[in-house]
Design a protein around this ligand. Sequence first.
Ligand SMILES: NC(=O)c1ccc[n+]([C@@H]2O[C@H](COP(=O)([O-])OP(=O)(O)OC[C@H]3O[C@@H](n4cnc5c(N)ncnc54)[C@H](OP(=O)(O)O)[C@@H]3O)[C@@H](O)[C@H]2O)c1
Length: 368
Amino acid sequence: MTMAPDSFRQWYLARPIEGEFSPDNFEMRTLPHPPLRDGDALVRVRLLNLHPGARFRMQVGLVPVGTTDESNFAFGEVIASRNPVFSEGDMVACQAGWQDYAIIRSDAESIGYGPASEAVCDLNRTRSQWTYVMRPELVARWPLDTLKEVFGTSGMTAWFSLRACGPLEPGMNVAVAGMTGSVGHLVAQIAKAAGSRVVGFGGGPDRCRRISELIEVDCLDYRAPDFLDQLRAVFPDGIDIFSDGIGGPLTGAIAPMMKRGGRLLAYGCADDLHAGGNPGLRGMTLRQQFGISDSVEKIVAERDIRVECWIVHDFYHERIEAEDALDQLLREGAIKPVVTVVEGFEQLPYAIMALYDPKALSKVQAWF
Ligand SMILES: NC(=O)c1ccc[n+]([C@@H]2O[C@H](COP(=O)([O-])OP(=O)(O)OC[C@H]3O[C@@H](n4cnc5c(N)ncnc54)[C@H](OP(=O)(O)O)[C@@H]3O)[C@@H](O)[C@H]2O)c1
């Protein structure tokens, strides 16, 4: 059992992000631990999950200078507890700042995501959709990176989205945007395991080749001048299911290739986020943010295409069902999670920079 330390280390935003991220934007400090109050549990953070939202929050000032990003998804081990929900030795999913130890509480709501539903609160035994004890059998079976990637928000988004877009039938044509990314590479593998004919998209031949070799799904370079022709050649009858975490012009280009009665999973806006913007700040609805523009709406209406558009915590009360299904797929070898790992607490500023490095596939996880 790890001894509770007197102090913890924290990276904080020391200078505003202007243009590109740089290690100079961050500084590390050591702070004393406050004594644990009733209801507190002290977690030794083992992994921080860095994602486009983290970069965005820092870019637009949602993480004020002088503070750490407290909403970051994390995994950690409980090393001391004054809360009956958390026991020493538990592995917990939580939100933690960029720090090596964090205090969590079961009565604390999520940071930055609004309140959890009552059903989620009952399941998690906490007030946050993102704070719960990981099931010991999963912790015993899978390494940390798999736990976070597959049983965290990416795997959940992939699994619930395909369920919502289902039933998936063998031979269905499934196109997956952002297959070099965290959610997309899992969507592609789950659809393939169901017997669908899957083709994903990636940015550039090298990224396409690498992800394709790792997960054994064909990948088209969406930047190639003849990309749409290549896609038409692969799916001459059209697309049954389009999984799209990208939005923007890509959604507009693919929607006309969808079949009548097809299903469009619109779950993200990587096009905007990767360009340093966020349509949420422009007063758009979630549907608009995720690429369902007026012209896409017209196609959707004309062809009776079902659109699924939500934030994954809407389904977290059914998390156990998804965990069991994903666990089974992992055990069958049907899904191989891909993550980019940056090791060492000292490396955290480099981890956020690595997020959009073309060499990095999928999510960047910082381990320490
Ligand atoms: N609704 C929800 O609950 C939910 C849950 C999880 C994630 N999300 C959102 O879904 C999106 C994807 O999440 P993620 O975790 O998979 O992100 P990610 O790991 O950063 O992957 C996103 C992928 O998008 C691709 N991309 C970026 N700009 C593009 C463009 N202009 N055209 C085509 N592809 C582009 C990138 O591929 P290349 O580098 O190869 O171009 C990248 O691999 C994000 O917006 C995220 O916030 C939503």
